[in-house]
Write a protein that binds this ligand. Structure first.
Ligand SMILES: [Ca+2]
Length: 337
């Protein structure tokens, strides 16, 4: 083999090694980046009972070995569970496995679950068992239609809200005035578990749901221009009124996303950021961010990279084969002349 052949072979070996590294990154994504200090996982050992516990609960919340019941299917209950460790990750993804079920038929059930990433924790109030005028992010799984004028959407309805403490959640209007977006989803009384994922990365808030037992994420909300600080607390709360449901959290799994930031972003004190949303950003800023690792749909950016790498590898393999064939022909030619 000539110099060219050796070079091509070396390049191919190098590429195979790089490819293997990329593949490892994808398969390890979900388990290696799980942050146990922010995750609530069966059988919830020590939750609320021991001084070393990383979760605290309040109200009607009942912790069993297989679920955390925020409210039972009874009137006028409120309960919550909170991570006591502030989250200092800049880019994260929270996967929530939950179950809302009860004996109420048609629309005779309520009120729903709210998931929180807020400055304060364990602060009971009228918004699904948590305080109004909260500071941070709320994701609401609203199972009861309060606003009879808003018939253009079906319930349960999932929505998100970001507040710096100056905005009220209007329960009578199902929070419509303050929501950033949302989607309808049939999540009640399913035979299988239902999932919701909240991703916050590079100023982008994405909500995905998996409620059809197909192990596939469906996008619910995806907006840019969202500013959330580090150092807040994750929590979940639920409430019942005249109508009720069992509101169960099976697990909350927190994943760190590996994302590079600009030097300016690295210098900034992220604990000082005030929660806000700039809806005036250009559509260009709302293009898909190639990060994150939602269950079942691994890193789209990496996929593209992999595809390119495979294409490159294909070209190199062709070149090697070509070179070998060329050399063989040369040798044969030598024999003939
Ligand atoms: Ca409602």
């Amino acid at each position: 083999m000539g110099h060219f052949g050796v070079f091509v072979r070396a390049a191919a070996v190098l590429l195979v090694f790089q490819l293997r590294e990329v593949l490892c990154d994808i398969t390890d994504g979900n388990t290696e980046h799980l942050k146990r200090e922010h995750s609530l996982i069966k059988p919830y050992q020590g939750v609320g009972n021991s001084p070393s516990s990383q979760w605290d609960f309040w109200g009607s919340t009942l912790v069993t070995s297989s679920y955390v019941r925020l409210t039972s299917d009874e009137k006028s209950k409120q309960g919550s569970i909170w991570n006591t460790v502030p989250c200092h990750l800049k880019d994260w993804e929270m996967h929530v496995q939950f179950k809302i079920h009860g004996s109420g038929r048609k629309s005779l059930h309520g009120d729903g679950i709210a998931l929180w990433y807020t400055k304060d924790k364990l602060h009971p109030g009228p918004v699904f068992g948590n305080q109004d005028q909260f500071i941070g992010l709320a994701v609401v799984v609203d199972t009861f239609r309060n606003d009879l004028h808003g018939m253009d959407r079906s319930f349960p309805f999932i929505s998100a809200m970001v507040s710096n403490g100056s905005v009220n959640y209007d329960h009578g209007k199902d929070g419509r005035a303050s929501e950033l977006g949302g989607c309808s989803a049939e999540i009640r009384n399913k035979d299988h578990d239902t999932y919701l994922a909240i991703r916050y990365s590079k100023g982008r808030l994405t909500l995905m749901i998996d409620v059809e037992d197909k192990n596939e994420w469906r996008e619910c909300i995806d907006i840019g221009g969202v500013r959330l600080p580090t150092g807040y607390f994750f929590g979940a709360s639920a409430a019942t009124g005249d109508l009720s449901d069992n509101h169960d959290i099976i697990s909350m799994k927190m994943y760190q996303l590996m994302v590079e930031h600009t030097p300016e972003e690295e210098i900034e004190d992220w604990t000082k950021i005030e929660p806000s949303v700039s809806l005036l950003k250009s559509p260009k800023d709302n293009i898909d961010d190639p990060t994150g690792n939602f269950r079942g749909t691994p890193l789209t950016g990496w996929k593209v990279f992999l595809l390119l790498l495979c294409a490159l590898l294909g070209i190199v393999v062709c070149a090697v084969v070509g070179a070998v064939v060329f050399q063989k022909r040369q040798e044969r030619n030598k024999r003939f002349y």
